[in-house]
Design a protein around this ligand. Sequence first.
Ligand SMILES: Nc1ncnc2c1ncn2[C@@H]1O[C@H](COP(=O)(O)OP(=O)(O)OP(=O)(O)O)[C@@H](O)[C@H]1O
Length: 723
Amino acid sequence: MGDSEGSGSNSAFLQSFIQGEKGYGAVGAIFLGLLIPVLLSMAFLGKKKIKQRGVQVEVGGEPGFAMRNRRSSELMEVPWEGATTMAALFEQSCKKHAHERFLGSRKFISKEVTTAKDGRKFEKLHFGEYEWKTYGEAFVCASNFASGLVKLGHSAGTPAAIFSESRSEWFLAFQGCFRQNITVVTIYASLGEDALIHSLNETQVSTLICDSKQLKKIAAISSSLESIKHIVYFEDEGITIDSDVSSAMSNWTLSSFAEVEKLGKESPAHPKLPSKSDVSVIMYTSGSTGFPKGVMITHGNIVATAAAVTTLIPKIGRNDAYLAYLPLAHVFELAAEVTMMISGVSIGYGSALTLTDSSNKIKKGTLGDASALKPTLMAAVPAILDRVRDGVLKKVDENGGLAKKLFSVGYKRRMAAIEGSWFGAWGLEKLLWDAIVFKQVRSILGGRIRIILCGGAPLSSDTQRFTNICMGAAVGQGYGLTETFAGAAFSEMDDLSVGRVGPPVPCSYIKLISWDEGGYLITDKPMPRGEVLIGGFSVTLGYFKNEEKTNEVYKVDEKGMRWFYTGDIGQFHPDGCLEIIDRKKDIVKLQHGEYISLGKVEAALLSCNYVESVMVHADPFHSYCVALIVPSRQALENWAQGAGIEYSDFPDLCQKKETVTEVQQSLSKTAKASRLDKFEVPAKIKLLPDPWTPESGLVTAALKLKREQLKAKFKEDLLKLYG
Ligand SMILES: Nc1ncnc2c1ncn2[C@@H]1O[C@H](COP(=O)(O)OP(=O)(O)OP(=O)(O)O)[C@@H](O)[C@H]1O
């Protein structure tokens, strides 16, 4: 009774308010207009249940806090019965999708060299449409290639190496090798001479498969290569083989991919198929922590990761097109392409330098790879997405005026919606912003991207949001290592949170163990924290010819499960998702006992407008850190112009006292906004004019810092900063 009276009087009150009994009608309507959504969203938030994505699980081995994917109580090993090896998976997938498009390459039309105002020369390429091989044709081609290798005389029991940029022949040669159970050594096309010689000799490779661009490099080191007998090269139009190259290789056979394929077609060999425990790949790590290590990956490891990841990409299938441009020698790209293959996706190859219509190597007026393919899926490492974001924001800034205002309002409205607010832009308003602002941004990547797989390094929250809003794509963040054939954690597409890498993939467990020395404990509140261990079918055999290192970081528990100790530090959220918060090797204890996490500080400083690349260095015998910075040329030159600074060239601008002060002040602001501690803000900095590229050996192919190489190259500068 009381209740009904209460509600009756309430409704009477509201009624009178709306009807304007006291003259407040319009104000009342506005008030209600605001109040109702607030009440509704409070009610909604109150009821919102956390979606459980990972489930705690009891496992063997060292005590810790372990999690599995909620989807399957048993770890997943294969995508379907009988597909236990890469060779079986390839054959079955090719049969299943025989008439679908599989591997696509763009037709080369012409090449020209242009000269910039400052005299620098640039190669510009003109490509045509994609030309495709179906799954069925790819199987025939790989089988012929395998027979060709036998006919060529490849010694059974020795590995073959692939040393090339990503392209369809890479994938075909890779699959071909498995039809004769040949282990494949993968090598980055950007690898320097010493590391190349080391990896080829260490693994005693007898057949080296490469793109024709690499032939000169190989000829130059031919006298240091101990085991090579055959070279197979992928032909490229416009590249001919010099006589010096063939004479340096006179002790070896030298054949093109097409010749080997033809050889095999003429004399087919019986397939010699592998078993799941055979080593399929020896993959060298990217080398962010020192000299690359050769990881022995079994057929079972590849199959398990691909099977698990396929279940996590909604509606993946033959209607999808995947843009492949990252190096296949990196585990993340290889795992992604095998996942695509399982699902009958078409894979179109491109390159980082020809990706968009305005890419460096694309001739003006011709289409970049993304415009030609119009992909629905692609992979990226965070550094690439950061660059896309910076590029778009710079362009918006340059345009200024109404376009900039609209972008800013649209972005804020969509951001509010994505972060769960009822007041953000949903429904029709979302469509409107997409049409007037974001459609143009999306067209850079062909306009159809629905999911971007991102992994290999931490992705900043800003960039993840930018990708969601401007690219209209969900970001599937993958966490993994070469040692676990990528498969460790993968975020789900309906999870709109940032900074996390999702629950364990269904083929692996993830366990946190306490790291007392670093102060990360599984008993920590509100979330358990500790070193990340990965156990299950994706965990590889260990390091090639390095038992000591293998025994240090791989352990088998009493139940026979293999665990890999990653050295990464993570924490588990209540929904079972993992967040990577640190890396053991990146943590330095300063003179007064504070711990500084170099990676964390670098990630924060990268959001400073002036910073293109940064390496923070901390000497344990000092109480502060210092930093090497490659500044953003355009940002610095704009500032110099505005501030009336005179300089002869960019290196001169970088060494000016005023420039260093300006960048340092800006860094302090960024550090403050990111809530860094005082000891985390670099006390001194050195500005370096030349960018760090994989070719310079200062960053990995996934664009991660190679600290040891950077420290060696800039030893004098670092000493001076501490002087
Ligand atoms: N999504 C991610 N978020 C945060 N860090 C990641 C993510 N994915 C990978 N990483 C980092 O990358 C590492 C694995 O990289 P990779 O296997 O390429 O070798 P590397 O560690 O860079 O090279 P090396 O072992 O030679 O130093 C992980 O240990 C982790 O530190």
